[in-house]
Design a protein around this ligand. Structure first.
Ligand SMILES: Cc1ncc(COP(=O)(O)O)c(C=O)c1O
Length: 414
């Protein structure tokens, strides 16, 4: 038997912290200070956001990018630019962050939920096809945890049914599908720069596309409906001020210098960790298809089958945390089970929502992942060394070795 569990007073596998996030140094300070001192703090006055848009677009295989205040608004603007009308249906996964679906409601359209695959945690294309109705206009695949969704199947379905594909790439900065960057696969994509994300300015988001007309429309919507050549107080479409500020643009420019190397580190560490953790009974790291040529590992995600592992998730997480591994269970509910959807608490949106019933959504995989099996490690841990990955794997092995003790503890409700 290995050393005793830290949870029960033994020595933890690890006491050192993992790499902290965000990472910054004097290069970020210099960029932000220069933007500050320029006195040009709004994007229409300065050149930082414009420079960032060009660089981010190029890095993600796109001709156009429009930076906005966050990765929720970017989704809504993309849907509006696609010409969505009130009551149109948009297919979204059940296992994702709130915004993927609320952006649809805020575009006055109807989110239609589809379950995810139990191995990849990405939307299940077979179920997408089954969810299509005459009112379906768009699909929002999420590249969950930074692993590209099955875009071959999704693009084929979209082509058959003339649907718009909006990639929710909030987790997928620098990720690649068949060596093509996420963000350049569907018609349009949305990224987030919120604090936890692999590229961050505290808050922020961006829309990427290769469609010039769509980009023009997004640019107008994010800038109060202005159009090129128009005068200042001339507004052409329903819109608002969703522009990103120059100080954030400056920070993103310096942060972007690190993205490629950081993504390579996360990807390599993710592969290694998956190879070690996947050897444990009942522990299933996210299955990585060959089409995923680069995983951005916003999360390292796995499923823990309590019966096969030998102890339930809650006590396993408790034991891992005591060993110095900050693993968490992730989302507590699939989106349709959130009170917001159960109660259709949509405020003024979707006035004829009476016919919608989100209590009837079938998503057994997402429910299982949320309630019992999901396990997340944060992206910043994946920026560590090989020895750091070994600590994580050693801690899982130690906890597994003590599974009977942990199972008994869980049974006693302690
Ligand atoms: C999958 C997904 N989509 C959209 C968002 C929304 O981004 P933001 O927080 O920048 O609005 C997030 C995260 O925050 C996310 O995880």
């Amino acid at each position: 038997m290995t050393a005793s569990l830290a949870l029960l007073g033994g020595t933890p596998v690890r006491t050192r912290p993992f790499p902290s996030w965000p990472i910054f140094d004097e290069t970020d300070e210099a960029r932000v200070l220069a933007a500050l001192r320029s006195g040009k703090w709004g994007r229409l006055a300065g050149d930082q956001v414009a420079e960032f848009e060009r660089r981010f677009a190029a890095m993600h295989g796109c001709a156009h990018a429009v930076a906005v205040v966050n990765g929720t608004v970017s989704l809504r603007i993309a849907l509006m630019a696609a010409g969505l009308q009130a009551g149109d249906e948009v297919i979204v996964p059940t296992y994702t962050f709130l915004s993927t679906a609320t952006a649809v409601v805020e575009a006055n359209a109807v989110p239609v939920f589809v379950d995810v695959d139990l191995d990849t945690f990405n939307i299940d294309p077979a179920q997408v096809e089954a969810a299509i109705t005459p009112r379906t206009r768009a699909i929002i695949p999420v590249h969950f945890a930074g692993q590209p969704a099955d875009m071959e199947a999704i693009l084929a379905i979209a082509a058959r049914h003339d649907l718009f594909v909006l990639e929710d790439a909030a987790h997928a900065h620098g990720a690649m599908w068949r060596a093509r960057p996420c963000g350049a696969i569907g018609h349009v994509a949305s990224f987030s720069f919120q604090s936890s994300k692999n590229l961050t300015s505290g808050e922020g988001g961006i829309i990427t596309t290769n469609d010039a007309a769509l980009a023009e429309s997004c640019r107008s919507i994010h800038n109060c409906g202005r159009v090129p050549g128009g005068i200042w107080y001339e507004h052409h479409v329903i819109s608002g001020n969703y522009r990103l500020g120059e100080l954030q643009g400056a920070l993103l420019n310096s942060q972007l210098d690190r993205l490629d190397a950081q993504t390579a580190t996360r990807d390599a560490n993710g592969r290694y960790l998956a190879s070690r953790l996947g050897a444990l009974p009942g522990l299933y790291p996210q299955t990585r298809p060959a089409d995923c040529t680069r995983h951005s590992q916003h999360l390292f995600m796995a499923r823990l089958d309590a019966a096969l592992f030998g102890a339930p998730r809650a006590v396993v997480l408790e034991a891992l945390q005591a060993e110095g591994i900050p693993a968490v269970g992730g989302y507590g509910y699939p989106l349709p089970d959130q009170p917001l959807f159960r109660n259709k608490a949509f405020g003024p949106y979707l006035p004829d929502r009476v016919h919608l019933d989100y209590t009837r959504v079938s998503c057994p995989n997402s429910r299982l992942i949320c309630a019992e099996q999901g396990l997340w490690l944060d992206q910043s841990m994946l920026l560590g060394s090989r020895a750091d990955m070994d600590d994580i794997a050693d801690a899982f092995e130690k906890v597994h070795a003590h599974r009977d003790t942990l199972a008994a503890r869980a049974a006693q409700g302690r």
